[in-house]
Design a protein around this ligand. Structure first.
Ligand code: NAP
Ligand code: GDD
Length: 347
């Protein structure tokens, strides 16, 4: 078999690091693309020891000519489009940039594939945020969409564009509808890693407490390491299609915090409701979690729980890491990182 060459956009992000590791282990050549930045941002790639195997190229989702020239010069056989403005919270403040990058950025890549080489297989990072105000539970490929943020709406446009280019031009263009997946390499703005970095800093006496938003939202959390294997299986499948990847379980933010606290060695007790809800460390009596409405979203996604039955039947994919193991791994990693520095671990 000829060597496969995968181009991964958003190479400095969480998923890209795990995907690069997985594909390198499968014998792939990797072209990792990133937008131009003034500083090197490759800490995740170093953590998984993949940086030295990657050919780096600058690629900006807002720049059509840049995308076309990058494909002409690098000649990938597969493209995994993981680059995006991926933080739902910021999408309310940056709806236009979010649409440019997440929605039109995908059309620009699909057009570039048509022009340069329609044989390139394409993976689009779609999301459970497209289900938003959920119309049924659990959510699956046939569930009606109802996005609740500029992020979810931008991703829904990209999802339909991917499907349209598959149907209109016969591209092998696949959309993975992935539910939340986390890891020790998760960005610290997302709630899971925000909790584990702050608990580690509390443990080492650097801060007193963490401020969170809506504690009642329910998410279906899995491990990014497992989900990138599903991405690859979709791209290698004969037929391009849409697939949900999910754990099938859902937990509240408070559940995540309770489990992370117990891994960190805190015994916590909750008091109060809504904005007055607080968690206290039973041993010290100090408050370690407060609610701050600043972190509420103008429109919230209250409940996500996916059904990955199709991915299991067609691709043989199932997650390996359960919720408890995920929280343990994340909390242990941040305690370890924090133990090695006096400054608050911020990435
Ligand atoms: P992530 O860590 O935020 O990585 C996204 C990457 O995209 C970052 O490296 C970012 O660059 C890059 N990027 C942003 N705007 C760009 C632009 N205009 N041009 C080029 N690159 C740009 O996200 P992730 O968690 O790995 O997620 C990967 C993809 O899956 C994203 O598309 C996300 O929306 C989607 N998704 C994620 C989940 C999840 O739970 N993780 C679930 C469903 C779907 P910088 O490093 O410079 O910021
Ligand atoms: N970020 C954050 N910070 N979220 C908080 C906080 C807080 O302090 N407090 C409560 N939350 C709640 C949010 O309101 C939301 O309901 C939930 O925690 C999860 O928020 P995030 O971790 O920011 O993730 P997300 O679910 O909005 O989006 C992630 O998953 C999507 C898939 O469903 C991102 O990775 C998206 O890119 C991805 O598409």
């Amino acid at each position: 078999m000829t060597t496969q060459r995968a181009l991964i956009t958003g190479i400095f992000g969480q998923d890209a690091a795990y995907l690069a590791r997985h594909l390198i282990d499968q014998g792939y050549e990797i072209i990792g693309t990133h937008r131009r930045t003034s500083t090197n941002n490759s800490w995740r790639l170093r953590e998984l020891d993949v940086e030295r195997h990657i050919r780096f190229e600058e690629l900006e989702l807002l720049e059509q000519s840049n995308i076309i020239h990058t494909l002409k010069e690098t000649r990938p056989t597969e493209i995994y489009n993981l680059a995006a403005q991926s933080f739902v919270g910021s999408s309310f403040n940056q709806p236009i940039f979010t649409g440019e990058a997440n929605a039109l950025g995908v059309t620009r890549i699909l057009e570039a594939i048509r022009v340069v080489d329609p044989e390139i297989r394409f993976y689009q990072a779609s999301t459970s945020e497209m289900f938003g105000l959920v119309q049924e539970t659990p959510q699956k490929e046939t569930t009606a969409f109802y996005p609740r943020s500029p992020y979810g709406i931008s991703k829904l446009y990209a999802h339909w564009m991917t499907k349209n280019y598959r149907e209109a031009y016969g591209l092998h263009a696949t959309s993975g509808i992935l539910f939340n997946h986390e890891s020790p390499l998760r960005g610290t703005e997302f709630v899971t890693r925000k909790i584990t970095t702050h608990f580690a800093a509390i443990k080492f006496g650097l801060i007193d407490h963490v401020e969170l938003g809506n504690l009642n939202a329910c998410r279906d959390w899995g491990h990014a390491r497992d989900y990138v294997e599903g991405m690859h299986a979709m791209v290698r499948h004969d037929e391009a299609d849409d697939f949900v990847l999910a754990s099938g379980q859902t937990h509240t933010i408070e559940d995540f915090a309770n489990l992370a606290a117990s891994v960190a060695g805190f015994k916590i007790e909750w008091e109060g409701e809504a904005e007055d809800r607080k968690a206290y460390n039973r041993e010290t009596g100090k408050c370690i979690i407060k609610v701050n409405p600043r972190f509420y979203r103008p429109t919230e996604v209250d409940l996500l729980m996916g059904d990955a039955g199709k991915a299991k039947d067609v691709l043989g994919w199932a997650p390996r890491t359960n919720f408890e193991n995920l929280v343990e791994e994340m909390m242990a990693a941040d305690l370890d990182r924090q133990s090695r520095t006096d400054r608050f671990v911020s990435n």
